[in-house]
Design a protein. Structure first.
Length: 432
């Protein structure tokens, strides 16, 4: 008999405890129930690694469910290029699959020819050439940040990050027992954190993680800004991690690398954005000498090495900047379409959008009734079939006022999204 079948006997015995005819079965229920509870309690679930969801990916899941029903959606929710890598990359990948060595393990930091090519890329773009021994190819930049957190910090250490900022920074830090220290980087601060505020507190963090171009704001730091940050970190004993994964995606001048101004900084980059290889999950780190050994050991034990076929394809990613720069021209046109076609009150006091492929809109001027961007984004997906990401993903305090729009898609999609938003917006505002 199971617990459900024994329950009536236990219930009846509770009403009539003197009825010995049902006492044995009631007792069996009692002990079986206790045993089941003990077994349930014995199955361990982490209480320390419970982190918030990545809302951009949650929205991506929601779009998949709608598209299965036949809905025609416009995707502005995820920072993902809508074009494939250059043809040379695809040829290099497919050619490599015919050789046996491509299907074997890679060394933990990635194959030397790719690391040498990455070093040459820095010479092409920044007129500096890092030692390939200091370059680690990673499973996407995401794991590069995890390696940086594990290699440079201990549980309980504090790492300052810009707010608004990429949500996975703080979520992974929390999972690893690190404390994210949120630096206001909103319109009032000119969208860039003020390091002087950290110094004035008198309790400096152990690390500082900044991005240029930045997600979600599109802010690009000047060379003077990056130099100042590097020198400030060195002077104050703060380990700098510089997120440069959107390098190449700027519309006026090429951003500078922290590598030019610091020997202690960790630089993280990726093949995902400029090189249009998001699904390949391949990135790289440039490490200072004092972190080489510990980072290599972590990589060896966490994932052995990055994918060998993906590395073979990535070797050719640097061979044709012209094709990739054509994408950047399209992103600029896409940005201009949205800025021109969307209502000024929809964009509000938005961030500059000088790089990456994001607009961080400010919804506070849309209505006298407060607009919550999480509700707004969900309604726009359901009713207008335009997907975007709530600012809550990037700023848990004031992100409900903001919306991130990715313009990495086609120019026609930007025009379609603008038409749909303009058509839908009045009815939504009336419903508030």
């Amino acid at each position: 008999m199971n617990l459900a079948e024994l329950w009536p006997f236990y219930s009846e015995f509770a009403k009539h405890p003197s009825d010995r005819s049902i006492a044995p079965l009631a007792g069996i229920f009692y002990f079986m129930n206790k045993i089941e509870v003990v077994f349930q309690m014995a199955i361990k679930v982490s209480t320390t690694n419970r982190i918030p969801p990545f809302l951009a990916m949650e929205m991506m899941n929601a779009t998949r469910e709608l598209e299965v029903t036949g809905a025609d959606l416009v995707h502005l929710e995820v920072g993902q290029p809508s074009t494939p890598p250059p043809p040379a990359v695809l040829r290099a990948l497919t050619t490599s699959l015919g050789t046996t060595r491509t299907h074997g393990y890679s060394v933990a930091f990635g194959e030397l020819p790719l690391r040498q090519r990455i070093a040459a890329h820095y010479e092409d773009w920044y007129d500096c050439r890092p030692d390939p021994a200091n370059i680690a190819v990673t499973l996407g930049s995401s794991l590069g940040f995890t390696l940086a957190f594990l290699g440079a910090f201990d549980r309980g250490d504090r790492i300052a990050i810009a707010n608004p900022g990429y949500p996975a920074y703080r979520n992974v830090m929390k999972a690893l027992g690190l404390e994210p220290l949120l630096l206001p980087s909103r319109a009032a601060e000119g969208w860039v954190p003020r390091l002087e505020a950290l110094a004035n507190e008198g309790n400096l963090p152990d690390g500082l993680l900044l991005a240029s171009p930045a997600n979600p704001t599109g802010v690009v730091m000047s060379d003077a800004d990056v130099k100042h940050i590097c020198h400030w970190c060195d002077a104050n004993g703060v380990r700098l991690i510089m997120d440069e994964i959107y390098h190449g995606l700027t519309f006026d001048t090429r951003p500078t690398s922290a590598l030019l101004h610091s020997n202690s900084a960790i630089v993280v980059n990726s093949f995902s954005k400029y090189f249009c290889m998001t699904g390949w999950r391949l990135g790289w780190m440039i490490l200072p000498d004092d972190l080489l050994e510990i980072t290599e050991r972590l990589a060896q034990n966490l994932y052995i090495g990055p994918s060998r076929p993906m590395q073979e394809g990535a070797m050719a990613a640097f061979d044709d900047y012209d094709i990739l720069d054509q994408n950047v021209l399209r992103y600029r046109e896409n940005r201009d379409v949205l800025l021109r076609e969307l209502p000024p009150e929809f964009l509000g006091d938005m961030a500059p959008a000088d790089g990456a492929f994001y607009i961080y809109a400010d919804l506070t001027q849309l209505s006298k009734t407060a607009v919550n961007s999480l509700d707004f984004a969900n309604a726009m997906l359901r009713e207008a079939h335009v997907a975007c990401t709530s600012g809550v993903d990037f700023d848990q305090e004031l992100g409900h006022r903001h919306l991130r729009l990715s313009y990495a898609g086609s120019t026609e999609d930007m025009k379609k999204a603008s038409r749909r938003i303009n058509s839908w917006l009045p009815s939504y505002l009336k419903s508030l």
